[in-house]
Design a protein around this ligand. Structure first.
Ligand SMILES: [Zn+2]
Length: 149
């Protein structure tokens, strides 16, 4: 059983959910699919990787993982060479990206509006600037030329 199949098998121990993914409409909606495996989420993460200049955030570089927790721990471990402050920044960015993807899911589900991945990245950049003001340490990631107006 490959990693994707294992994640699908483990994804439904809680409340039954027979809805389709609001992004791809191809597979059932599960947290691992929605946040990590869906082509929409992968494109958002690829854009984030390019923006942050961190290849380990690019889905194309990810090894197989069994759960969202394993994926999370792998990203934190990959950020280890950045030192403690760098890991904190990456952890904040990863959490922010999960939050914005979840908000896009809700926008599609409850408001019947949808944004493309580059538009979601713009929201992530804007929110990152706010999180930085609140002390999340995302300053290095929000100081580029293409940042939020
Ligand atoms: Zn999907």
């Amino acid at each position: 059983m490959d990693g994707l199949t294992q994640r699908k098998a483990k994804a439904s121990p809680g409340i039954p959910n027979d809805k389709w993914c609001p992004f791809c409409h191809v597979v059932k909606e599960t947290a691992p699919h929605l946040l990590l495996d869906c082509p929409f989420s992968r494109e958002v993460r690829s854009l984030i990787s390019g923006w942050a200049g961190k290849n380990f955030l690019n889905p194309a570089s990810w090894p197989d993982f069994d759960s969202v927790l394993c994926w999370w721990l792998g990203r934190v471990e990959a950020a280890k060479p950045l030192g403690k402050p760098g890991r904190k920044h990456i952890a904040s960015l990863v959490l922010l990206s999960l939050w914005e993807i979840w908000k896009e899911r809700n926008r599609r589900t409850f408001q019947f509006k949808l944004l493309c991945p580059p538009a979601v990245l713009l929201l992530i950049k804007a929110e990152a600037a706010l999180w930085d003001l609140a002390g999340a340490g995302l300053g290095e990631l929000v100081s580029g030329d293409d940042d939020v107006p």
